[in-house]
Design a protein around this ligand. Structure first.
Ligand code: ATP
Ligand code: MG
Length: 219
């Protein structure tokens, strides 16, 4: 049986992108049999203060970081829109592009999932995509314990243990995958750079050069 096209979506502020993002995308791409993973930087994240580093620089770093992986694709659709970058709008436009039969899976750390019920039109997201959750080590997973009742029942109602379900239908499932736990965050990287500490081996070398060249993050 020919499988339906399967696309993973990783949205984020990517301020900057790091090996936590890249390794998670690589492992999920393999486990869930994605034809491609789209990296979609957020221009104006609705739930965060505006990043000091411009969307153009964050996007350029994403492009550099994924250049050598033919399954990873840069998707700049949130950069082209004005106003807040809502995932609901992004998924709607991806559906228009990819059609109703493609399987689209939103990849997210459990820290992002705990706040899902504050997202624009969050209860309709599963009409457009699946969600695959991964655990984040350290502080992020502590926060996940405090899942709201609404989110807990939402997760239970849509949960599947069988990741194969995500390749049989276009949307509607929530699943969880184990990935190598990398305790890396953009916040910690920015903090280290501000304090003139090394961030080598937390993100690709090419990004260090890019940051130096453009004098980002006080490098
Ligand atoms: P910040 O500290 O600025 O919030 P971040 O490292 O959390 O940055 P984001 O751009 O906010 O990165 O994350 C985008 C997505 O990637 C989110 O779903 C987040 O949970 C996930 N993610 C980020 N870092 C990791 C990691 N180390 N392991 C697994 N998932 C991660
Ligand atoms: Mg984050």
């Amino acid at each position: 049986m020919k499988k339906i096209p399967a696309i993973g979506i990783l949205g984020g502020t990517f301020n900057p992108i790091h090996f936590g993002h890249l390794r998670m995308a690589e492992e999920l791409s393999e486990a869930l049999n994605f034809d491609e993973v789209r990296f979609i930087p957020s221009a104006n994240p609705p739930h965060k203060p505006a990043p000091a580093v411009s969307a153009e620089h964050r996007a350029a770093m994403v492009k550099l970081a994924i250049a050598s992986n033919s399954t990873f694709k840069f998707d700049g659709r949130e950069l082209a829109r004005t106003g807040a970058s809502y995932t609901f709008d992004t998924l709607s436009s991806l559906r228009e592009e990819l059609g109703t039969h493609a399987s689209i899976t939103l990849l997210m750390g459990n820290d992002a999932f705990t706040k899902l019920n504050t997202w624009h039109r969050w209860e309709e997201l599963l009409n457009l995509c699946h969600i695959c959750l991964v655990a984040r080590p350290h502080g992020a997973s502590k926060k996940a314990e405090g899942l709201s009742k609404a989110l807990e029942s939402y997760r239970q109602a849509h949960y599947t243990e069988n990741s194969g379900d995500l390749l049989e239908q276009a949307c509607g499932c929530i699943t969880m995958q184990k990935t190598t736990s990398l305790d890396i965050s953009s916040t910690a990287i920015r903090h280290a750079l501000r304090n003139k500490h090394s961030v080598r081996y937390l993100l690709p070398d090419a990004l260090l050069e890019y940051m130096k060249l453009h004098q980002l993050y006080y490098v």
